[in-house]
Design a protein around this ligand. Structure first.
Ligand code: ZN
Length: 311
């Protein structure tokens, strides 16, 4: 808990606007610039796992060796430890790739997923602003995740905070950039966005105004993907703080506290996200939440590292 509160006060997403590069992304490129598998290397078993679990089925490159050209030189960064890189790769496979594959089929990620997942060992601290960058997305092509040397598979709150909230957030940006964003969503909280000082708002202030997080207040597209990401990853207790009760089997909202300000607004937003995903992608948000929550409940080192979920 203390990690979350400590960081939630200073966290900021540095998100670079996505650009329209989808046509290129959908091609079956096989990363000709990547080194070929070399069985004489000490990292061969892990590199082979990455090839067979990421690159071959989904056309995703998982980068864990710190390369200058793919790293932000504004930060003082250290590479992810080799053992931690393996834990991160298995965790993302289990809680993100396999969850989308189970719900949407393997072609969905192959078509829309970012092409590169870049993991860095140290956190990215913005000393001047007193903030910490959790992840960066570049053009819908690459996602960089920081602080991966601190990964702990027993701490789902940490995993969601540093990895999965960002992953679902960025992936949802790709989806709304690929098929037209629902314009009516921009009207729900029109006049309440605060792009300059959202980071000074508390969670409770955000909830009261009908936002899932303070960052949602930055603008409508961020709001939209924050709702989707929080709907998938946040546990029942977090939704209770917002005034919602989630079904025991994780599949839907069973009741809402209508006396709380913001609940009606947030309900409208959730329903609009659900309808849009269903209509554009045949993607059922309740089912995705259930899939991810079941996986979170079953999370253990052995299940994740041995890819033994449901077996
Ligand atoms: Zn964003």
């Amino acid at each position: 808990m203390k990690t979350y509160f400590k960081h939630s006060l200073m966290a900021v997403f540095a998100i670079i606007a996505l650009t329209g590069c989808r046509e290129q992304l959908d091609q079956d490129s096989v990363f000709p610039h990547l080194p070929v598998l070399d069985s004489t290397q000490a990292t061969y078993p892990f590199d082979k796992y990455l090839y067979e679990s990421y690159q071959k089925p989904y056309n995703i490159a998982f980068q864990y060796k710190l390369a200058d050209e793919s790293t932000d030189v504004d930060y003082n960064l250290v590479p992810v430890n080799y053992d931690k890189a393996q834990i991160v790769a298995h965790a993302i496979k289990y809680l993100w790739i396999d969850a989308y594959s189970a719900q949407m089929g393997p072609d969905f990620l192959k078509s829309y997923a970012p092409r590169i997942i870049n993991v860095i060992g140290s956190p990215a601290i913005n000393a001047a602003q007193g903030t910490e960058t959790l992840g960066v997305a570049e053009g819908g092509i690459k996602i960089t995740l920081y602080n991966m040397n601190d990964i702990d598979l027993n701490d789902i709150e940490w995993l969601n905070f540093y990895i999965f909230h960002t992953m679902h957030h960025e992936f949802s940006h790709i989806l709304h950039q690929t098929k037209s964003f629902p314009k009516e969503y921009e009207q729900i909280s029109a006049g309440k966005y605060d792009s300059q000082s959202w980071q000074y708002r508390s969670d409770e202030e955000a909830y009261k105004l009908g936002f899932v997080t303070p960052y949602s207040m930055s603008e409508a597209h961020e709001d939209f993907v924050e709702v989707i990401s929080c709907y998938i990853t946040d546990p029942r207790e977090t939704w209770a703080k917002r005034g919602f009760t989630m079904a025991e089997d994780h599949t839907h909202i069973v009741s809402i506290d209508e006396s709380k300000e913001g609940v009606d607004i947030l309900t409208t937003k959730i329903n609009m996200c659900k309808d849009w995903l269903q209509e554009k992608y045949n993607y059922t948000l309740d089912s995705m939440r259930a899939e991810v929550q079941r996986r979170q409940d079953a999370l253990s080192y052995d299940v994740v590292m041995n890819d033994s979920y449901g077996k």
